[in-house]
Design a protein around this ligand. Structure first.
Ligand code: TXA
Ligand code: MG
Length: 371
């Protein structure tokens, strides 16, 4: 194995001795550090995929790339393996998981499509494989630990060739949340996964940086179509296809679903630094000039950064459109943490396309506070 980055090389040659005691999955008899499986994203080598699939089949935990963010996968039909995910991530059991399947026609194995089959087919033809997750009434074969004892299950067909190959080789649906510790920014590289989970999971497949960079869009079809989380597929594209989609505040949720999707919790996707979130670039200069009593980081589109050239700060350039901002968002948050920033100044993007998902993540990272 030849790690791609110096950081991964250091980890591969210098595996941490401790940490394995907290290994979440049950099957490993001998303590071992997290294995790094290096794969070419477009043409993943089958022997690497087979190694990862064997770990999943034995009830272990494998982090793998999808086109949105890295997921932490386990056999979605094995409640013990699924419990390992919660333990490794320190995630509350009340937060349900997405089941990843290879093809949209597999959705009907795990969800009851009565009354919504035409709608599912329409959405699947347009957005699957891709960054869309559908929440549907669950079938009894889905373990309660996957759905947090709820009546519905979330299903996604990832497009990434590594994810596709892994699901096919494992021969089971793969339950996978984002591969970060609970409430931390989601990982978009294998190095970010290891930062949170090294020694806590069996393996990570390094398939390079993810292309989209924010998680999938989640639509509930239990009742009128409702947006549970904005994400990689634009709401506008979904509405152009199926008509109006309710926003969470407008939806009347069935009684069992009184809890919002926990991805909708505040204090999510958070860097360690405090996020200073502005509505727009307007007050940017004024706020950047204030004394923050620490080291300032700027997480901003290129144009906004250019207005602050004279300010002393660490800088992450989000680029000049929403797609590049999405791809750099979580990595940028973590990088500013690593550079020792105590405050991160940023602002909302226009509320269209991927901008909706980016603003949602910024709002939660700022724990709901907009300056
Ligand atoms: O792009 C993604 O969706 C990534 C990749 C790995 O597929 N996965 C991901 O999973 O973001 P996670 O667990 O970090 O976020 C999934 C969200 C959680 O907020 C969870 O509460 C919600 O989906 N969810 C899962 N099942 C649900 C259900 N039955 N009803 C409502 N929300 C659900
Ligand atoms: Mg997550």
């Amino acid at each position: 194995l030849k790690p791609a980055t110096p950081q991964l090389a250091a980890i591969a040659h210098n595996p941490p001795a401790a940490g394995y005691a907290q290994r979440a999955s049950g099957y490993t008899a001998t303590p071992m550090p997290t294995q790094l499986i290096q794969l070419t994203p477009s043409h993943p080598d089958q022997s690497g995929i087979a190694r990862a699939a064997a770990i999943i089949q034995r009830g272990g935990l494998v982090a793998f790339p999808t086109e949105t963010v890295y997921g932490l996968g386990a056999n979605g039909l094995d409640p013990v393996a699924v419990n390992g995910i919660f333990k490794a991530k320190q995630r509350p059991h009340s937060d349900p998981l997405i089941l990843h399947v290879a093809h949209w026609s597999d959705i009907a194995r795990y969800a009851d499509l009565a009354g919504v089959d035409a709608l599912v087919e329409q959405l699947a033809h347009a957005f699957m494989p891709g960054a869309l997750t559908l929440v549907l009434p669950k079938r009894t074969c889905v373990p309660d630990s996957v759905t947090a004892n709820g009546p519905s299950v979330a299903l996604r067909v990832p497009a990434h060739p590594v994810a596709q190959a892994l699901i096919a080789a494992a021969g089971v649906p793969i339950a996978a949340p984002s591969a970060n510790l609970f409430s931390r920014p989601s990982p978009t590289t294998a190095a970010m996964v290891l930062e949170d989970l090294d020694g806590r999971i069996d393996a990570v497949i390094d398939g390079g940086a993810t292309t989209i960079g924010v998680e999938s869009t989640i639509i509930s079809l239990c009742g009128a179509p409702t947006l549970l989380r904005p994400g990689g597929v634009a709401l506008e594209a979904i509405e152009a296809l199926i008509g109006e989609v309710l926003l969470p505040a407008e939806a009347v949720l069935p009684e069992e679903q009184t809890q919002p999707a926990p991805g909708m919790l505040l204090k999510h996707y958070s860097p360690r630094a405090r996020l200073l979130l502005l509505e727009s670039a307007q007050q940017l200069h004024e706020v950047a000039m204030r004394q923050h009593g620490g080291k300032l980081g700027l997480l901003l589109p290129s144009e906004s950064l250019q207005c602050l050239q004279h300010i002393e700060a660490e800088r992450i350039d989000l680029g000049s459109d929403a797609a590049s901002a999405a791809a750099r968002l979580f990595k940028g948050m973590r990088e500013l943490d690593q550079r020792g920033c105590t405050h991160i100044l940023t602002h909302y993007l226009p509320l269209e396309g991927l901008g909706r998902a980016i603003n949602d993540r910024l709002f939660r990272a700022a724990e709901g506070k907009v300056l």
